[in-house]
Design a protein. Structure first.
Ligand code: BGC
Length: 762
């Protein structure tokens, strides 16, 4: 058997070498397809099904361990050629050891693909994806994914389970931290930037990795924001809100998609032929493969669709879930289902061919160990200062200045006594956020450390209250402190004798992320109490928020003069925050998600649809509103201040009427009217006034990050054509209807500068 195996392995090499000599292996799709086809031709059904089997390694399990899962079984299956890939295997040594088994001990020597959740960095941690999205800076977002890819590939990984491109409108859902916020247009641009960053221009390069757009689809619409819950949404929302970022990722040649845990309109997504075959593979012509989410094929049983594993495997395979992540279902059931004629071998061939293709494109057949250089790992992953500079840059740009009423910010660089209060100010772990599996614990720069660099001020720290009690681990529920107030008096005494109080409050790093839904999105634990007690003695408070989702902070928004949204900013968090507080970087971030006044307003998002009774012109109660709170959010999508001010003027169009098929140009003048150089994200929204389907009151259709020195003016130009002016109807058909459109331009979604034009029939 061993001889046989070696012979086959050698055959594999010769076979590849032969093809190699014909052409560049990564060059032509046709050549790769031929390679895939010939390999498929010599595979047994068991070996084919093996390629569709993905096992988790033995570290960092990112989901519940199934009863079948044990190391011996997994090793045995790898040796038998019954495994196509691994996830959660950490570092070159481990990857190489496991790859060796697959390549040297199996009949065909097909290399494994190694996946990992490299969501916002491997060792060098970027801001959480939601924070990065607040930069609206596609270049830095791409750079962030690039750095992650360079480190991941040096770590033995060639496949990342990112970007998550689920649109999120519900901040109760903990995974909004992992996405790009609530808007499909912004999320699509960011999806493209992230896929480009991970995959680069050449997937066969040793420092790029295959990306995964996840979770297809509608996972972000989990009812009531409760993790893993059902999603019940209209066709209009599906096509116009959920699909666009996935579509953008597919257009950017993303190599894999992950399906999702939820059911959508009654159908568990993992068993959805509509999503995985009809839309993705047929309509969008997606050439890569679909991986299930963690054991989501088994979950077809819990959903009540399949009565056992056999049925679960059948449903998922027929629907187009190509690879089974840690479910043990395909490997145990699929070959027999094919032999019994329940699942056609053609479907299996299609799935396997997609998987092999990605392996060929990665260059794994050419060199299965190409990501396995110990030396490269050592040199690349060393908390490398160049990467640290880059993530600092990204972190600064991710910060959003929510309020600066009394111009408390920027802080003076000397001559002030500053009180720094809040457990999060001295926390080197929480700023790393959720999904940073390979990062070293406590490796971020805390706010205290970042601010200490400005030594000409007197800076004194008091925690006030602890945020959590006891040890925290990412797979466990956190124990939030709701009783220990012992540090509050010290914090109050310090605040009394200080000129300015910087309070760092918000969520623990593991309070958002997967399985971290909350019904209450205020400041957790005793932090609100601490804030109010300190405010009684000193109102000069700069509130710095650290959080993975929008928070409801109405009291703070009303009373606290300066509020800075600093999310979870990664390795360089404290430095980035200090630079913004001291004005070394003038904040330019804009919210990618609406901040509600309270949870009762959720879901609240800027691109809602008009109702039949949108306002109270008649002075009665019969209009769409709440009796106890206004309709507007606390902070709208797109909001974010600067230390300088910007004036928008002279909004103009090149024509007032345009035929469908032609484009229209929009211009606006932007002037920096304040005292600092700064950057502004100029946002363009449209409103389609009359349409067969009710259209949102505003839709983002363009944005540009513009730098202006103080006193400087620039003209900003946008072009709109039918791709921005149409929408998907309830049958999924893209329609562009003649009619009237409004255009709004400004620095947030509530801008009032507007003009209009007519769209005429072709
Ligand atoms: C998550 C995925 C993740 C996978 C593997 C699942 O629980 O939903 O996003 O990629 O685990 O870690």
């Amino acid at each position: 058997m061993r001889l046989n195996t070696v012979a086959c392995f050698l055959f594999g090499i010769l076979y590849v070498a032969n093809i190699n000599s014909q052409n560049d292996i990564s060059g032509s799709r046709e050549i790769i397809q031929k390679q895939v086809d010939s390999l498929l031709g010599i595979m047994t059904i068991e070996e084919k099904v093996g390629q569709m089997n993905l096992y988790s390694g033995f570290w960092d399990a990112t989901g519940p361990a199934p009863s079948e899962g044990n190391a011996q079984l997994k090793y045995k299956h790898i040796e038998q050629g019954l495994v196509g890939g691994m996830l959660n295997v950490r570092g070159v040594r481990q990857v190489k050891a496991i790859q060796k088994i697959a390549v040297e001990n199996t009949r065909l020597g097909i290399p494994l693909i190694f996946g990992y959740d490299v969501i916002h960095g491997l060792k060098t941690i970027s801001p959480i994806p939601l924070a990065e999205s607040a930069s609206w800076d596609l270049d830095v977002i791409e750079t962030s994914a690039r750095i992650a890819a360079i480190e991941a590939s040096a770590f033995g990984i060639n496949w990342t389970f990112a970007p998550m491109v689920d649109v999120g409108r519900d901040p109760r859902w903990g995974r909004v931290m992992e996405g790009a916020g609530e808007d499909p247009y912004l999320a699509s641009k960011i999806a493209t930037a992230r896929v480009r960053g991970f995959q680069g221009n050449d997937l066969s390069a040793p420092n790029t990795v295959a990306a995964t757009a996840k979770h297809f689809a509608a996972y972000g619409f989990a009812e009531a924001g409760k993790e893993y819950n059902s999603a019940d949404i209209s066709q209009s929302t599906l096509y116009n809100v959920v699909f666009p970022p996935f579509r953008a990722a597919v257009k950017s040649d993303v190599k894999t998609l992950m399906n999702s845990f939820n059911e959508l309109n009654g159908e568990p997504v993992t068993a959805s032929k509509f999503l995985q075959r009809d839309i993705l593979k047929e309509k969008w012509n997606f050439g890569g493969f679909v991986v299930s989410d963690w054991a989501s094929i088994n979950e077809l049983i819990s959903w009540g669709l399949a009565k056992d594993k056999k049925e679960a495997a059948m449903y998922a395979a027929k629907a187009g879930s190509d690879m089974d992540m840690e479910g043990y279902v395909y490997v145990s059931e699929l070959a027999e289902l094919v032999k019994n004629g329940v699942v056609s071998e053609q479907l299996i061939d299609n799935a396997v061919s997609r998987i092999l293709k990605v392996k060929f494109e990665l260059g794994l057949f050419e060199n299965p160990y190409k990501y396995c250089s110990i030396e490269n790992q050592k040199n690349t992953i060393s908390l490398n200062s160049k990467f640290q500079d880059s993530v600092l840059e990204i972190a600064k740009k991710s910060i959003v200045l929510l309020k600066n009423e009394t111009k408390l910010l920027p802080l003076k660089k000397e001559g002030q006594k500053i009180a720094l209060i809040g457990a999060l100010a001295n926390d080197k772990n929480s700023p790393l956020g959720s999904w940073r599996l390979a990062a070293d614990d406590n490796s971020s720069v805390s706010v205290l450390e970042g601010m200490q660099a400005y030594t000409k001020n007197i800076l004194v720290y008091e925690k006030g209250v602890d945020l959590t009690i006891g040890k925290t681990h990412f797979v466990k529920e956190l124990n939030i402190n709701t009783s220990d107030r012992t540090g509050i008096n010290e914090a109050i005494d310090l605040a009394k004798e200080s000129d300015v109080v910087v309070m760092v409050l918000g969520e623990h790093g593991f309070q958002s992320g997967e399985a971290r839904s909350r019904t209450n999105i205020d400041l957790p634990g005793l932090q609100q109490e601490l804030l109010e007690r300190v405010f009684e003695v000193n109102e000069n408070i700069v509130l710095v928020l650290n959080n993975g989702r929008p928070l409801a902070i109405p009291w703070a928004a009303k009373h606290i003069p300066a509020i800075v949204e600093a999310w979870q900013l990664g390795s360089q968090a404290g430095n980035a925050i200090a630079k913004v507080l001291y004005g070394d970087y003038n904040p330019s971030g804009k919210l990618p998600m609406t901040f509600p006044r309270n949870v009762g307003q959720i879901p609240i998002y800027y691109n809602y649809k008009n109702t039949g009774r949108p306002s109270n012109t008649e002075d009665n109660v019969f209009w769409s509103h709440y009796s106890d709170i206004e309709n507007t959010p606390l902070y709208p999508f797109g909001h974010g201040l600067s230390y300088t001010t910007f004036k928008y003027s002279n909004l103009r169009l090149d024509k007032n009427e345009v035929k469908i098929g032609n484009s229209i140009t929009v211009k606006v003048d932007l002037t920096n009217t304040g005292e600092y150089d700064g950057k502004e994200v100029v946002q363009l929204y449209i409103r389609d006034l009359y349409a067969q389907n009710v259209r949102p009151v505003k839709e983002l259709k363009g944005f540009e990050l513009v730098s202006l020195q103080k006193g400087e003016s620039k003209t900003i130009e946008f072009t709109l054509d039918k791709s921005e002016l149409g929408y998907y109807d309830n049958n999924g058909v893209f329609v562009v209807e003649p009619g009237e459109f409004k255009i709004f331009i400004g620095g947030s979604s509530i801008t009032s500068l507007e003009t209009s034009f007519k769209l005429l029939a072709e």
